[in-house]
Design a protein. Structure first.
Length: 297
């Protein structure tokens, strides 16, 4: 299956729909990670609806590109993208974090959910897995690409830099990692908790191709992924500048929204803002089913 190649206007419409889905999911679950899920919406939209070569009707297609969510706690946006791409019914999104659901609080490969490549959630591990998968593709001389999403707070983990060193050493130009650089982690600003800046120069020191862009502009992300795809001889990192809680004014740039879900009143306010944005960019023609929000009354 070829890339979906959605136009950037389509991508904006899909992103608007995914934000609405996120609030419905988190409200129904009563728990989950709002801030980082919202900051990664355009990144995930661009990956699943433009960049990656994948087939929702054949999730184990050998030539598929692989995606690994290293910051596994923001799985609501991964689940949303997978459902809207056609991997499983959209209605199943409302089972997030429920007993027996395939949509647990971190992605579980053993739950049988189509599109999940590996179980993730222990921060710092995903990039190492991605390096191994990309190295395996090189060894087997197959042409799929490997994509990974890291949080910027996750870069505190030493295992990230061991993986980065290995990727540079083995010239893994079939590997792209995206850093969701929203400048907040669970305890506050990166500079206050553990200063990881300058992120770009650190990756350059490990022999990576470094690309920076606005992580909420789909056109910028499309261009960044194109640069990474065309670059030869080095792995690529896209440092995507984002805003935690993007799209919901009272969640934006607030560390307190790292790991909590909105209550019914907050969800009502959030959905009002998000539906206004959807009206502005236009309803995605492929949206189809709209999730109910039963707790709003």
């Amino acid at each position: 299956m070829a890339r979906m190649l959605k136009e950037t206007q389509d991508l904006r419409q899909i992103a608007a729909q995914l934000r609405i889905d996120l609030i419905a999911m988190l409200l129904e679950a009563g728990s989950g990670h709002s801030g980082g899920s919202l900051s990664a919406v355009e990144i995930m939209t661009t990956l699943y609806f433009h960049e990656m070569n994948h087939d929702p009707q054949n999730p184990q297609w050998p030539r598929r590109d692989r995606f690994i969510l290293s910051k596994g706690h923001v799985c609501p946006i991964l689940y949303g993208a997978l459902a809207r791409a056609g991997y499983f019914p959209v209605e199943e999104l409302l089972t997030l974090r429920k007993m027996g659901s395939r949509l647990q609080g971190h992605p579980g490969r053993n739950k049988g959910l189509p599109g999940i490549e590996v179980s993730t959630g222990s921060l710092g591990q995903g990039l190492g897995i991605a390096v191994g998968v990309a190295l395996g593709a090189k060894h087997d001389m197959v042409d799929y690409r490997v994509y990974c999403l890291n949080g910027d707070g996750e870069l505190d983990e030493g295992a990230i830099w061991e993986a980065a060193m290995a990727a540079g050493h083995y010239n893994l130009d079939n590997l792209v990692t995206v850093v969701d650089n929203n400048d907040l982690q669970i305890d506050g600003r990166l500079r206050d908790v553990m200063n990881v800046y300058p992120i770009d120069r650190k990756f350059e020191a490990f022999d990576w191709n470094v690309i920076s862009c606005d992580g909420h502009e789909t056109a910028a992300l499309v261009g960044a992924f194109k640069q990474a795809r065309e670059f030869r001889g080095k792995p690529s990192v896209i440092i995507a500048r984002t805003l935690k809680g993007k799209g919901v004014s009272f969640m934006e740039d607030e560390a307190s929204w790292h790991g909590k879900a909105p209550n019914p009143e907050q969800a009502r306010e959030a959905l009002k803002e998000l539906k206004a944005r959807q009206k502005e960019v236009g309803l995605w023609p492929g949206a189809g089913i709209q999730l109910p929000t039963p707790k709003l009354g």
